[in-house]
Design a protein around this ligand. Structure first.
Ligand code: C2O
Ligand code: CU
Ligand code: CU
Length: 482
């Protein structure tokens, strides 16, 4: 089912100097950044926004001139950006044409567990899955990707991933750049390992699984983007299997973080550097003078004992302020008045201890409910990492990072989130706000978003139930498919 097309590539097109498994050399910023097509269907007569997504096999020039076998959604590689508005009823038709079972998870969406696209919502080959829900959360940048049991790393790596953008009236009123692909630009960061034919190397073993040496942005190798002069918003998504990005501009300029995973920050946070672990999103705004050219890059911490994943230094994207200056209003001091997740005094505390590939000493078991949570609960979750680098993602919720190793988080991380970087040996405290879609027989997931770890079982399941019924819930689920 996964065609090897490498043999079809004429020998003369092979990039000189590349040997099997080594990086194809970037540096010229020769390729125009691909912008995923925007999918924002109109509301139909019943007031529903209907999205049709087909997961399929294809081929793409990940390296110009070399055709790689890839997977994509409505295309050969990656997927369209789904734009929806708060209050919308959305209906998805997800058709699986990749030749093996998979799922499609809406990462960051607050919705009923049966719509979530986790490992229990398998879509068989040639089947169509039709989840529906109502968007009931603030403006945010989310994403979608497969979540099949023990196979997530391979499915995401082959190209099944796309961005979700939720817009809402309050965020519109903040006057932020929002012209898609012009001054509001999606940046999907992924690292790949490519052989001399430009094919994806699939080697997911080892402590962290696949760490690529070739960085693609929206699937583009060595990219540049032309933008108008003025204020530009970038929605940065780390859709890599394991790599962590340490974002900065090559000239060290200041930029503003305006949003985290779950929505806008209360106000812009000025930074020169921001860290993004797998699954996390950051919305940033930077200003460019007419004619300016600046490189966005990732430069490892090196001296920081916090990361033991190979960090590397990578240029990500050259930004060329080519167009005429747009009318730019100043960044508002107040971006959002939405209340951040809080845990009231006396809130229940749950501890999650992360070891090599387990959470609280347990491996993922599809038939076991690990945690039972009351609908609408507000709790403290304390993540204790006893080993090497991990991160932590909770489906359905919004949380706020209260402390990292006893200290408040940097200002740019003080927005609503669903995924948090957990450096080695660190303890992270979260105020978690759960949704109200009670269903004692349909679990949500929490897990490390380093995909190798997730696939190896570093994941647990929780259900949301009617308050007062927690003790009556069965902790056992039937085997999937029975
Ligand atoms: Cu990005 Cu369990 O998900
Ligand atoms: Cu998720
Ligand atoms: Cu991990």
């Amino acid at each position: 089912s996964f065609l090897k097309l490498g043999a079809l590539v004429a020998a003369g097109t092979v990039v000189a100097g590349c040997s099997s498994g080594t990086a194809h050399r970037p540096g010229a910023f020769a390729n125009r950044l691909r912008i995923p097509p925007l999918l924002s269907p109109d509301l139909d007569a019943s007031g529903t926004r209907r999205f049709e997504l087909t997961l399929r096999t294809g081929s793409t020039e990940l390296i110009p001139g070399l055709r790689a076998s890839t997977w994509g959604i409505n295309g050969d590689h990656l997927g369209p950006t789904l734009r929806m508005r708060r209050g919308d009823r959305v209906a998805m038709a997800v058709t699986n044409r990749i030749g093996e079972p998979t799922t499609l998870h809406w990462h960051g969406m607050r919705l009923p567990a049966r719509m979530d696209g986790g490992p229990h919502q398998t879509v068989a080959p040639e089947a169509t899955w039709r989840p529906e829900w109502t968007i009931d959360q603030p403006a945010a940048t989310g994403w979608y990707h497969p979540h099949p049991h023990e196979q997530t790393a391979r499915h995401v790596y082959r190209g099944l991933a796309g961005m979700i953008q939720i817009v809402d009236p309050e965020a519109d009123a903040a006057g932020l750049p929002s012209d898609y692909g012009v001054d509001d630009i999606p940046l999907i960061l992924q690292d790949k390992r490519l052989d001399s034919d430009g094919q994806l190397v699939e080697d997911f073993d080892g402590t962290f699984g696949l760490i690529g040496d070739t960085i693609l942005v929206n699937g583009t190798f060595d990219p540049f983007v032309e933008v108008p002069a003025g204020r530009i918003r970038f929605r940065v998504l780390n859709a890599s299997n394991a790599r962590i990005y340490f974002l900065e501009f090559a000239d060290g300029r200041e930029f503003h973080v305006i949003g985290t995973d779950g929505g806008l920050l209360p106000g812009p946070a000025a930074v020169r550097r921001a860290v993004l672990s797998p699954g996390e999103r950051l919305e940033i705004v930077a200003s460019f003078a007419a004619g300016e050219q600046v490189v966005l890059r990732s430069v490892g911490e090196r001296t920081d004992a916090a990361t033991d994943i190979e960090e590397g230094d990578f240029d990500l994207l050259k930004i060329i302020a080519a167009g005429p200056r747009r009318d730019v209003s100043p960044l508002p001091a107040r971006l959002s008045s939405a209340a951040l997740p809080e845990a009231p005094p006396g809130a229940r505390v749950r501890r999650m201890t992360l070891t090599g590939s387990e959470i609280n000493g347990k491996d993922m078991d599809m038939t076991r409910i690990d945690e039972v949570v009351a609908a609408g609960a507000r709790e403290i979750w304390e993540i204790h990492n006893t080993t090497y680098t991990h991160n932590f993602h909770i489906h359905e919720v919004a949380f706020r990072v209260l402390e990292i190793n006893g200290a408040p988080p940097p200002a740019y991380l003080r927005g609503p989130k669903d995924t948090v970087y957990v450096p080695k040996q660190a303890t992270v405290r979260l105020a978690v706000e759960f949704g109200r879609h009670a269903d004692p027989a349909a679990p949500y997931m929490y897990h490390c978003h380093i995909l190798r770890h997730e696939d190896k079982g570093m994941m647990g399941q929780f259900v949301i139930v009617a308050p007062g019924t927690e003790d009556r819930v069965s902790r056992l689920l039937p085997m999937p498919g029975h």
